[in-house]
Design a protein around this ligand. Structure first.
Ligand code: EPU
Length: 417
């Protein structure tokens, strides 16, 4: 199994281009199920989760072609088998995103129930309840969600809690429903907006994406479109946190700073100089970071997907910070691994108290999930000596060419097979 070996202590310096966003790409790929015409996506990141989604869509009958410039064409002219099997769903929960589109277009879908995962229980009850409100008949049989509907009917749906993929699933399903659907307490994440823009280009009628009230007027059919996937705000934040932790100076190109406010604010509070000019974010850190406390919450608040990376920064910061995770109940696995590098972190329920230490020492650590592995990379970049990170297949799910990009910024990092 692949491992990453990092020799820490080099401040990151230089310029890189940010890739397309994983969490935008996955729902956008599923949107192809809503039409028999071709959907062309550009700026597609080369990631394990994208390959897994391609396998799933191909199995359902979508014709897939990739060009050499990160372009992806998807054509769901004839759907063969509206099923998302356990083998794929267990490796990638975002597979649940085929449920809404399949049900809306084919009138039936069978999707394996995702079950627990490394960061928490993550049920899908809100997806199911929402689709039932649209008229679907849903049962759970032998571990599968089996859903049927002749034609979905628009409804007013109040979602119990803010769910990103839940909002996306219901928004996609409602595009082909009869009548108007209103989603209340919808997720406001930029990836939801990106999806709505693509769906609108396909002929959907959507208002309010980016607010907590989304209105969708159903249409009888959607058509093909071309869409460029937004830049990855979490990849951006990860590289910025790495630069801040190592006392570096970097410029990240091709990003939208407006959707990173909460993260940029925390990096400034830590002492970094952050500049934004026309799609480029620059960051320079010339001293030991100050500890920053964060509380994760749905967008536009501080993202849970950046919590682990900020913990790495806090681990070597001046002072003590309090990190509160309000989205997932088990998202502190990285703290134990960071302790192996010498960090001083105390966990109590959904709160971590991080007392900054002067330095970390290289050791062997294990990646437990995607963002946890990113935080260990940051910790490894600041640690003295050599850090080995095992199970980095987690990292490959969501970071495109991470070691190449870090090496471009001067890091001493290599992958061992
Ligand atoms: N939840 C329920 N019932 C539901 C749906 C969600 O109880 O039906 C709970 C979840 O268990 C969680 C909270 O609601 O406690 C929010 O979960 P949400 O549904 O928003 O998460 P998600 O849609 O499954 C997406 C991202 C995650 C990101 C979260 C939160 C994608 C493909 N995944 O997951 O990304 O952490 O939103 O922002 O968009 C990652 O990239 O590392 C990642 C985990």
């Amino acid at each position: 199994m692949d491992r990453l070996i990092i020799r820490g202590g080099v401040p990151l310096s230089g310029e890189i281009r940010v890739s397309g966003a994983k969490n935008a790409a996955l729902p956008l790929m599923c949107a192809s199920l809503l039409t028999g015409e071709q959907l062309t996506l550009s700026n597609v990141p080369h990631l394990r989760d994208v390959s897994t989604m391609l396998r799933l869509l191909a199995q359902i009958g979508v014709e897939v072609s990739l060009d050499d410039r990160l372009g992806l064409s998807l054509k769901a002219e004839r759907l063969s088998d509206p099923v998302a099997p356990y083998d794929l769903v267990k490796t990638m929960r975002a597979s649940i995103l085929v449920l809404g589109p399949l049900l809306a277009r084919r009138g039936e879908a069978r999707v394996s129930l995702p079950g627990g995962c490394a960061i928490g229980l993550r049920p899908v009850d809100v997806h199911i309840k929402g689709l039932e409100s649209l008229g679907a008949v849903i049962s759970v049989e032998q571990g599968y969600i089996a859903a049927r509907a002749k034609r979905l009917k628009g409804a007013r749906i109040l979602m119990d809690l803010v769910t990103v993929t839940g909002t996306e699933n219901l928004m996609m399903a409602a595009c082909l429903a009869e009548g108007t659907t209103v989603l209340e307490n919808a997720a406001r994440e930029p990836e939801v907006v990106d999806l709505a823009q693509c769906l609108s280009a396909m002929g959907a009628r959507i208002r309010g994406a980016g607010t907590d009230l989304i209105t969708i007027e159903g249409v009888t059919g959607l058509h093909g479109a071309a869409h460029r996937i937004m830049a990855d705000r979490i990849e951006t934040g990860t590289f910025l946190a790495a630069a801040a932790a190592t006392g570096g100076e970097v410029a990240l190109n091709g990003v939208d700073a407006a959707i990173l406010d909460a993260v940029l604010e925390k990096l400034r509070e830590a002492g970094a100089r952050v500049g934004v000019v026309d799609g480029t974010i620059s960051l320079a850190m010339s001293r030991r970071p100050s500890a920053v406390s964060v509380r994760t919450a749905p967008f536009p608040a501080f993202p849970t997907d950046m919590q682990a990376q900020v913990m790495a920064l806090d681990a070597i910061a001046e002072g003590t910070s309090v990190i509160t995770e309000t989205i997932f109940e088990n998202r502190f696995m990285h703290a134990l691994e960071m302790q192996r590098l010498g960090a001083d972190i105390e966990i109590s329920g959904n709160t971590a108290i991080v007392r900054g230490v002067g330095k970390l020492q290289g050791a062997t650590v294990m990646a437990t999930d995607l963002r946890a592995s990113a935080s260990l990379v940051i910790a490894g970049l600041v640690a003295e000596g050599e850090t080995t990170i095992e199970r980095i297949y987690h990292l490959d799910r969501g970071y495109e060419c991470i070691e190449e990009k870090l090496a471009q910024l001067g890091a001493r990092i290599r992958r061992v097979h």
